[in-house]
Design a protein around this ligand. Structure first.
Ligand code: PAF
Length: 286
């Protein structure tokens, strides 16, 4: 057992969190922040561990944000277990867990409308209308509460990262956004809070998502962009329980689709796949 096991505090209100943080800020401590929706897995814990290494104080928020769910069933079914999450966090050296309820974050409905232009209209933005507006609402609200020096996000949500960076620029926030690599299960499936909702068959098939993406990296030089895209989609859709929602090869900065490999020096492939009712995403760079 390490020292941190005894020092983590779980706080539910802004006032209590800010009281604690003001003591830390008074003594010039740096604050790292990891926003999450709970149902923590090793991917989240990696973000927290990195924050613990890089900052004096680490805040992890656990809040299932209603404004970013365009599908109400997904919101209802989103796994929630604060106790288990706190037990996992205690081992990381996290200082504060902030677990507010919805009224604390949204005492009044948040009517702000962000404009991220073309960044938000493709991929997730196209298939989950309003999703990124909700993400920007909650993350800006949490940034305002926590006032971190650094905030940590996983690269699986590649488009979300681009949106957060754009938001930080638009709102002129002095927060460094740190991107952390995807953490995968031993067989390659990208870790996700939604993986526990997969049936045994769906879990077995889900491995084909990452497998097909990795194979596509090997084939890249022999195929045109459209041919490679068609192959990936056909291969994944050949699995009885998998259905590709989108597969795009984009410029990693603008997130706009490319037609030719030499349209960008940073090609990134992003995919969303339904395994039954469970929606999974993944990404690789070529
Ligand atoms: O990536 C997530 O888990 C969420 O979108 C985030 C950033 C915690 C905002 O609710």
């Amino acid at each position: 057992m390490n020292f941190h096991c005894f020092s983590m505090q779980v706080l539910h209100t802004i006032i209590n969190l800010q009281n604690e943080l003001s003591k830390d800020k008074g003594s010039d401590k740096t604050i790292g922040f990891v926003p999450t929706m709970g149902a923590l897995h090793q991917g989240h814990l990696e973000l927290v561990r990195r924050s613990v290494v890089e900052n004096d104080v680490t805040v992890v928020s656990i809040f299932v944000n209603p404004t970013q769910f365009n599908d109400k069933t997904d919101l209802l079914k989103y796994p929630r277990n604060l106790q288990v999450d706190c037990d996992l966090l205690r081992e990381t050296g996290c200082t504060y867990v902030f677990a507010p309820d919805a009224d604390e974050i949204y005492p009044e409905p948040d009517t702000r409308r962000f404009d991220f232009g073309a960044l938000a209209n493709v991929m997730e933005g196209r298939f989950r209308p309003g999703h990124f507006n909700g993400v920007a609402q909650v993350v800006s609200r949490l940034f305002d509460i926590v006032k971190p020096d650094k905030a940590y996000f996983g690269e699986k949500d590649f488009q979300q990262l681009a949106i957060i960076r754009a938001m930080v620029k638009q709102l002129q926030l002095n927060i460094q956004i740190i991107a952390c690599p995807i953490v995968r299960e031993a067989d390659g499936l990208a870790m996700s809070s939604r993986n526990i909702r997969l049936s045994d068959t769906q879990r077995k098939e889900a491995v084909f998502i990452s497998k097909t993406l990795f194979d596509s990296r090997e084939k890249q030089k022999d195929y045109t962009v459209p041919a490679l895209k068609n192959q990936v989609i056909a291969q994944i859709n050949a699995m009885p329980d998998l259905q590709v929602e989108y597969f795009e090869i984009v410029d990693g900065y603008t997130l706009q689709s490319i037609d030719n490999w030499n349209d960008t020096n940073y090609p990134v492939a992003c995919i969303a796949v339904f395994a039954g009712e469970v929606r999974l995403i993944d990404k690789i760079s070529y």
